[in-house]
Design a protein around this ligand. Structure first.
Ligand code: URA
Length: 241
């Protein structure tokens, strides 16, 4: 059981004060009957709540897939720069939402946003080794030697060498297009690994995380809710070839 105004606020329908006004004006119904007291307790998983004639169903957690654009930082708050959370429309900005893992300001692609703390921890936990795949354009001609270096693990100046990573060469030339799959997420890891090969990164995009793939129909800055199938996929661990 929870208060009607809290339920609506938790479901992203507005601020508590806006919602109190709406409820008092009779714009909210519970099982078809207008309820004018914001403090009215409802059974959120059973009763049907409508606001302005629109049904609001109960969701314990929300999961959004975003195609992160360049120039936006992966943080919940920042005094100066635009954050990924600010790209969400006000009704989608639920309390407790956070980005799962961090992409650099200039990195684009798949970013998961949720208010499901335990799922976020599971996906980020170093011991889980959730695969993350990126596509990068780098300076210089990618070679088999790079592939071996990525597969063996390399010294990028940390205490330990990197874990084995998979490198696929998509195009090799003055600039090369490569696909990299990592099982860990160190600070600037791809940029540092490519730099160690003498190949500065020109652009970087994340394509997948665990079983979740970027929906390429999302333009940079767009997002959508995960499908039920994608939510189920999130916890799967793909073995590395
Ligand atoms: N590796 C990087 O260097 N940057 C990212 O944003 C993600 C992985």
């Amino acid at each position: 059981m929870m208060r009607l105004d809290k339920f609506l606020a938790d479901m992203g329908q507005g601020t508590r004060s806006e919602l109190k006004k709406k409820i008092r004006s009779g714009l909210v119904t519970v099982n078809g009957v207008p309820v004018c007291r914001p403090e009215q307790k409802i059974e959120e998983t059973v009763q049907k709540v409508c606001i302005d004639g629109r049904a609001v169903s109960y969701e314990l957690h929300v999961y959004y897939m975003m195609n992160k654009p360049a120039g936006v930082i992966t943080a919940t708050k920042d005094g100066r720069e635009q954050t990924v959370l600010q790209l969400l429309s006000p009704e989608d900005r639920r309390k407790g939402l956070f980005p799962v893992g961090r992409l650099d300001r200039d990195t684009t692609g798949l970013l998961l946003l949720t208010d499901d703390g335990p799922l976020g921890h599971r996906l980020l936990s170093p011991s889980r080794h959730v695969d993350k795949t990126y596509e990068a354009v780098v300076e210089g001609r990618a070679t088999e030697e790079w592939r071996h270096a990525f597969a063996e693990g390399m010294d990028i100046g940390d205490e330990k060498p990197t874990l084995p990573a998979q490198l696929e060469i998509l195009e090799a030339g003055e600039l090369s297009r490569i696909r990299i799959t990592l099982r860990e997420g160190r600070f600037h890891q791809i940029k540092r690994m490519c730099q160690a090969m003498g190949a500065p990164v020109r652009s970087l995009k994340r394509l997948s995380m665990g079983g979740l793939r970027l929906d390429e129909s999302l333009a940079p800055g767009e997002y959508r809710r995960l499908t039920e199938e994608e939510k189920a996929q999130l916890c799967l661990k793909k073995p590395m070839p």
